[in-house]
Design a protein around this ligand. Structure first.
Ligand code: COI
Length: 350
């Protein structure tokens, strides 16, 4: 793939306070753009980050035919760029694309586009603790057509944002048993706008009650925990690490997958299985729930301090440096920033 480059005349980097980076608020100078029409990807460009123009009738705006990804690049101690598991995000992007009747984007183009963009905007990758450059690939459908059918014309973009922590403190989450994020046969496993749109109102209600996030339960019985919308979930009960299985309703998180691989390396007893709300609540009451945490690209590893259920808040044990969440966070950070060997080949160095 040949990418044409138009450089931004004057960088916006001085507008950013790198000592206090808020998640997702600033965009780096450049973005990647590609067009899909007549059955093929074409016109690959890196151009200054800017607004885009679409028809008010376009399929994305009305019917939500759009998908995205989230991954991160880091600057290691030698000032080299490292990108975490971008092949995995490229694959998941195409799984989402198929579910949403959108064209797949060749994996090698996906990784090439990210690599070239990162090299051009290298100075935007922060190098302080807990910071990274968040990379947001995005595909939108463009057909100006009122009616329900898959579009034939698309654009693919990648833009990036310097990022600090998504959650700066342990989170307070509420087990949601009224609203539903995803159901069997739906689009829950696809990183598409609909999942996030469906979560807005229930999350807004939970935020009014002072919760940071929801724990989604299965749409049929609301008896089993699934994921948290911004992250997958892990629980430690009786020294066993538990997480819900993947399926139609749970996003196949890259951080979740990496934690399961590290748990295997460390011989940590792990069970990937259905976890009932009852099991969570009774193990909190019996002091058997040792810890709970969320795992996601934006959230990294977010310890859970409180779980709300049926109008009651249950406080969890404090997270310490010997918690599994701290162990996984340190290992993942070490691999990303280059102080721990990358035995799984997760890092691409640029
Ligand atoms: C990510 O973790 O990359 C996401 O897309 C979640 C979003 C809340 C930022």
């Amino acid at each position: 793939m040949k990418i044409d480059v138009i450089h931004k005349k004057k960088s916006d980097i001085n507008k950013v306070d790198f000592s206090n980076i808020k998640f997702g608020q600033f965009h780096s100078d450049h973005m990647f753009e590609a067009e899909f029409s007549e059955g093929a990807w074409k016109n690959f460009k890196i151009i200054p980050f800017d607004d885009i123009t679409v028809s008010p009738a376009c399929t994305t705006l009305h019917y939500g035919q759009t998908i995205f990804e989230g991954l991160k690049a880091y600057k290691n101690k030698k000032n080299k760029i490292s990108v975490f598991r971008m092949d995995k995000n490229a694959k998941r992007f195409n799984i989402s694309a198929e579910r949403m009747c959108m064209p797949t984007f060749p994996e090698k183009y996906f990784t090439q586009a990210i690599s070239e963009l990162l090299i051009i905007d290298k100075k935007w990758i922060p190098n302080t603790k807990n910071t990274s450059l968040y990379i947001r690939p995005l595909m939108i459908a463009l057909d100006p057509f009122i009616g329900i059918k898959p579009a034939e014309n698309f654009k693919f973009y990648i833009f990036t944002c310097p990022a600090g922590n998504y959650y700066s403190e342990p989170v307070k989450v509420k087990i949601e048993t009224e609203f539903t994020r995803a159901i069997k046969g739906g689009v829950g496993y696809s990183k598409t706008a609909a999942n996030y749109a469906a979560a807005l109102y229930p999350s807004f209600l939970a935020q009014k009650e002072n919760y940071d996030q929801l724990i989604w339960t299965d749409g049929k019985t609301h008896d089993y925990v699934e994921e948290s919308g911004t992250m997958n979930l892990f629980f430690v009960i009786n020294n066993t690490l538990l997480t819900a299985p993947l399926g139609d309703t749970v996003l196949d998180g890259v951080t979740r997958n990496s934690i399961l691989a590290l748990a295997e390396d460390l011989n940590i007893a792990t069970e990937v299985r259905k976890i009932s709300v009852n099991e969570i609540i009774s193990s909190i009451k019996d002091n058997k729930l040792q810890e709970a945490f969320g795992a996601g690209t934006a959230a990294t590893i977010a310890p859970i301090k409180t779980i709300g259920y049926q109008n009651k808040d249950y406080e969890l044990p404090d997270h310490t440096s010997s918690s599994l969440s701290s162990k996984f966070l340190n290992l993942l950070d070490g691999i990303k920033y280059g102080s721990i060997d990358d035995n799984h080949n997760w890092i691409t160095k640029l």
